[in-house]
Structures are given as C-alpha cells and as structure tokens.
Design a binder for this molecule. Structure first.
Ligand code: AGP
Length: 580
C-alpha cells in the first residue's frame, strides 16, 4: 500500500507533491513526507495526514522531489517511520511502497558495517544500500542495489548533487506521467491527470532515470520502450460535488454506474460466449469484490447452468485448482496484491483469464487475457460502494450475453429501484445500529452475499462489529451471541427461501434480538416479526439485490455519521491493498 509521487520539471516540486499525496491518501494515510532539493536534500515528514498539515513542507524547495503517504507495515505510524528515508550522510532520500522481505538480514549487515538507522521500517535499508553502492554515479548506485532487494517495491530516489529522480518497480504499481518538459512518477495516474494525460505504465524490473527533458527506461540492463497510454479520467468525478463525504456521493452515483457498467459488459459478447461454454468458471477477489463475485455464482449457476466457484484471492494459492476453468479476477483498483498473485497463478496454469476492474491500465489488466472495465468512475471513498454496483452490473451484462437474452428491461428496473432506494427512510434502523456493539446481517440465497457486503460496510466505517451470515447458518453457533443487545439486519424477500427466512427471524426474535427487516412494504408477516421494517421497491431478483445493497450502504453510512466516524478514510484501512 502507501502512495508515492515524484516530480522533476520546471515547477516548484513541493506543491505538486503535496497535491499528489492528497489524492493518493486513499492508499494509506498514517504519516507522510517529502524530500526536495538539488545541491542538498530537504526532508519534511510527519505522523498524520497531509491534508491536515500540508504546511509542514513549506521549507522544502526546488523543482524536483519525491513524496510518500504511508500505510504502516513495519514500525509504528509515527514521525520516525514516515518516509522519505535517508542514508547516514543525508545525501540520498528514498520513498518506497511494497515490502522488502529480506530487510532484516540486509539491515544486520548494514549495521555491522556501521550504518546508523533512524526508523523501524524495511524501507530504510534501500537508502543505506545506495550510500554503500555510490561511486559517483547515482543511477549506477541504484542499479547495483535493486538485485539485493527481495520482495516488492516501487521506489523513488533522489540524490544531493544529482539532477535526476530515479524510479524502480518490482510487483508494486508505478506509472510515469509525461508532461511538457516535466515528468511525474506515481503509484497511479490520479495525481498526474491534472498535469498530463500521457502515462507510461512501468513493468516489473523497470528502472527509470528522469532528468529535465529526458526520461530513460531500462530493464535487465537493456534500454526498453514502454507504450504511452492516453488516460481518460474525469477530474470532476473525483471531487465531492457538494456531498459531505465521497462515500455518500458515490452511493448516489449508482443509478448511472449500474447502467454504464451493464452496457459496457454487454459489449463483451465474445467473453459471454466463452463463459457460457466453460466447463467451470472460477472467480477470485477480495473484500467487497469477493462479495460481488458471490452474486455471480448464484445467478450464473441458476440461470445459465455454468458451475462457478468463488475463492478469496488470498487463499487461492493454497488450493489445488483445475487448469481447464476460466478464471475471472475482480478488483476495483486492479492492484490488489492478493488478487494479482492469484491471477498470475491462473495464468501460469494456462487458464483463460478475464479481469473485471474499474481502473484503466491497472496491473490485473496487463496480466489477464481479457479485460472488462466497470464504468464506475474514480472511487475515492475507502469503503467501496459504486464499484460494487459496477461489478454487479458487469456480471449482469455478462449473464445477459451468456443467456442470449435482452436484459434492457432489467437495466431499467434496476436503475429505477436504486433511485427509489436512495430515498428510503433508514433512520429507525440507524438509531438501533448506532447503539449496538455487534450487529448480525442475515440473508438467504442471493441475499447472503448482500448480507456479507452490508456487514462489511458497517464494520469498516462505523467500527461496530458486524457479521454477515447465511440465515440458515446462524443457528450453528452464532445463536449463542444473540440477545437484546445484538440487532440483526435481515433480508426477507418473497421468493426462494422466504418461509425459511421468516422462520429464522422468529427464532432470532425469540432470543430477544431486535430485528431490522428488509423486505416488501406490504409484507405483513415480516411486519409482525420485525421491530423495524425497511420497504424495498418491487422488482426482479437483480433489482432486489441492487435495492437491498443501497439500503444497507445507507444504513452503514448514516450509522457512521451518527457516531462521528471518519467515513471516507476509516482507521487502519487503505483503498488499494498492494501488499499480500
Ligand atoms: C471495500 O469496502 C473494502 N475497502 C475492501 O474490502 C476492498 O473491496 C478490497 O480491498 C478489494 O479491493 P479491490 O476491489 O480494489 O481489489
């Protein structure tokens, strides 16, 4: 995780770095820092968020520099462990995203050779190793250090007395922005698009030397040319637009997101055909993307008869998986390390692979055979909402192709129920939830993944412990926890499993559990058993999933708001999880 940004050109570097780090804060935000200068290196770094204390870099001058916003992996989130890190002499400064797996061994060696460390990070070894390798040529020193590092890295480095910024990448994202007599190096293109849309995506093993007016990429000692891509990015979409939080804005964008993503997926007829003929489909993902993938399983198996397995990407490597399946990797960011390594395992087994992602040019798009983009637009809130809707829509679009059915009526009905669900009153549910320290989310069939997602949203932004369960499973253990103190959010929709669900609710009610029932407004049986009923607009199964999802997102949002939590940047989290 962590976000890094580098600049070399004709502007003052510090404001460019600060602006860049602010837009990369979604990758981590426990501390930040920048290093600028040419003859000598000035470093400013601090615990906390750059958006709240950007003035601390006011002493950093010069037209080149590097910056970092951190999500701690090694060492506490404090001033000492904030990047940039320097060597013993202060000649070199580096920022690093990734994990240096052999740092302990490297550090012992360096300490044995009298290097003094000032942090607990794995990253600091890089600065000391460059110091040792230095023989007057900055690029040569960095080149000599890279083979010593095991693990993953995106590194930016500057050296006092040199007019270069050096970048290197191995299993951590890094892109170069090609401006007018200026260059940018960043974890992703978000900070760059304000200055240039021409982006060069680096590959593993790349080392880039940037000078005013010239950029050179090499890999394995050979000069290489990396393709320049024009990035289509809506800057306006990355602003709050009058909403109090990005999360709320993104929730409200979902009618458009569903439509846009559905239509994009419908253009991939060839992929749908491939899936409909597959012996099996395996979907790999993490977090919210995993929950979206589970939905695909229910729909694809029922409606298309295609067997689908869904695995947590972080577990995929431990599983023995058939090599005749089509593997779909789902990731909003396209950079999630676990999803990327699972995808690479599938590629190594010669499985046909498909990426579903929201980010153009992201790492999974380069690893997979085919890519389907969701049309969610930039998602800034750490808690994923519209990207989940985009993934769901992409799956619905694929299902339309797999079934050879015209689902334009589905598209319209989903859009409509999302719009209605944005206005549904959830205040009574919020009052119940805000008092709780544990909340259960239960559902059956297609509403089981929806319950998982509802619980994930609640826990990550409100910090209330929330668990999603298949309603039938709750008797097998979790019942021991039920009491008047543990509300349950229960999805009870007519259709498959409705009577069993009502039975489960009655059993929970008998244990004193306050029940928030989500179902049709005219369902008197649900009204009988639930303490609070939230009406869902009527529609087909796809519309029901979308509507309940939006209602649950809003319950989580308003509960977190009532508790005064930091909704867009919840503690300890980062949006793009680029470490395994
Ligand atoms: C969602 O609200 C979470 N922030 C998290 O679970 C996220 O979905 C997960 O880290 C996967 O991210 P990805 O979709 O970018 O791969």
């Amino acid at each position: 995780m962590c976000g890094i940004v580098g600049y070399i050109g004709w502007r003052e570097a510090a404001p460019v770095l600060v602006g860049g780090l602010k837009s990369l804060e979604y990758r981590g935000y426990d501390s930040f820092g920048v290093a600028t200068g040419t003859d000598s290196i000035m470093v400013a770094k601090r615990k906390g968020r750059i958006s709240e204390q950007a003035d601390c870099v006011s002493g950093c001058h010069g037209t080149r520099g590097i910056g970092h916003t951190r999500w701690a992996t090694h060492g506490l989130p404090d001033d000492r462990n904030a990047h940039p890190h320097t060597d013993c002499t202060g000649q070199f400064a580096i920022v690093h995203n990734g994990i240096i797996e052999n740092y302990a061994e490297l550090r012992r060696g360096l300490e044995g050779r009298c290097h003094r460390f000032t942090s607990d990070t794995d990253s600091e070894v890089i600065a000391h190793l460059i110091e040792e390798a230095w023989e007057g040529d900055f690029a040569a020193a960095v080149r000599a250090v890279l083979p010593l590092l095991e693990g993953s890295y995106a590194i930016l480095a500057v050296c006092a007395g040199s007019d270069e910024v050096i970048a290197a990448r191995e299993r951590s994202p890094l892109v170069i922005g090609l401006g007018d007599d200026e260059f940018f190096a960043c974890s992703d293109s978000t900070p760059i698009v304000e200055y240039t849309r021409n982006i060069m995506v680096l590959e593993d093993g790349d080392l880039v030397v940037m000078r005013r007016g010239a950029v050179a990429v090499e890999n394995g000692g050979e000069t290489v040319v990396r393709e320049t891509t024009y990035i289509d990015y809506d800057i306006e979409a990355s602003r709050k637009g009058g909403f109090e939080h990005f999360m709320l804005k993104e929730i409200f964008e979902q009618p458009d997101v569903f439509q846009q993503s559905f239509r994009l997926a419908c253009t991939h007829q060839g992929i749908s055909m491939l899936l409909s003929r597959a012996r099996g489909v395996s979907v790999i993902a993490c977090g919210t993307s995993y929950n979206a993938a589970l939905l695909f399983r229910y729909f694809a198996e029922k409606e298309c008869g295609v067997p689908v397995r869904v695995d947590l990407a972080s577990e995929y490597r431990y599983l023995s998986t058939p090599d005749d399946e089509i593997v779909i990797a789902v990731s909003q960011s396209g950079e999630t390390a676990d999803t990327l390594s699972a995808l690479k395992k599938a590629v190594a087994s010669s499985c046909p692979t498909i990426a579903i992602t929201n980010v153009q040019g992201s790492s999974i798009t380069r690893a997979a055979d085919h890519t389907i983009y969701t049309g969610a637009g930039p998602e800034i809130s750490v808690a994923a909402t519209k990207s989940y809707m985009g993934q769901f829509a992409a799956f619905v679009g694929l299902l339309a192709g797999m079934n050879c059915s015209d689902m334009s009526a589905v598209e319209r009905s989903v859009r409509q129920v999302i719009e209605e669900s944005l206005l549904t009153d959830v205040s009574e549910a919020v009052s119940l939830c805000a008092k709780a320290s544990t909340i259960f989310y239960v559902g059956r069939g297609i509403f089981y993944p929806v319950a998982l997602e509802g619980a994930l949203k609640m826990k990550e932004i409100s910090y209330i412990h929330a668990e999603g369960y298949a309603a039938g499973e709750i008797k097998h253990g979790p019942f021991a926890l039920l009491s008047e103190e543990t509300p349950a959010v229960a999805v009870c929709m007519p259709g498959d499993g409705y009577q069993s669900m009502l039975g489960n609710l009655r059993e929970m009610k008998a244990r004193g559990t306050p029940l928030i029932g989500i179902g049709y407004g005219d369902d008197i049986d649900l009204q009988d058993v639930a303490d609070v009923c939230i009406p869902v607009p009527k529609g087909d199964a796809y519309a029901q999933v979308a509507a309940v999802t939006v209602i649950m997102q809003r319950i989580a949002y308003y509960t977190a708001l009532a508790l005064g939590q930091d909704i867009d940047k919840p503690r300890n989290l980062a949006k793009s999880v680029t470490v395994e």
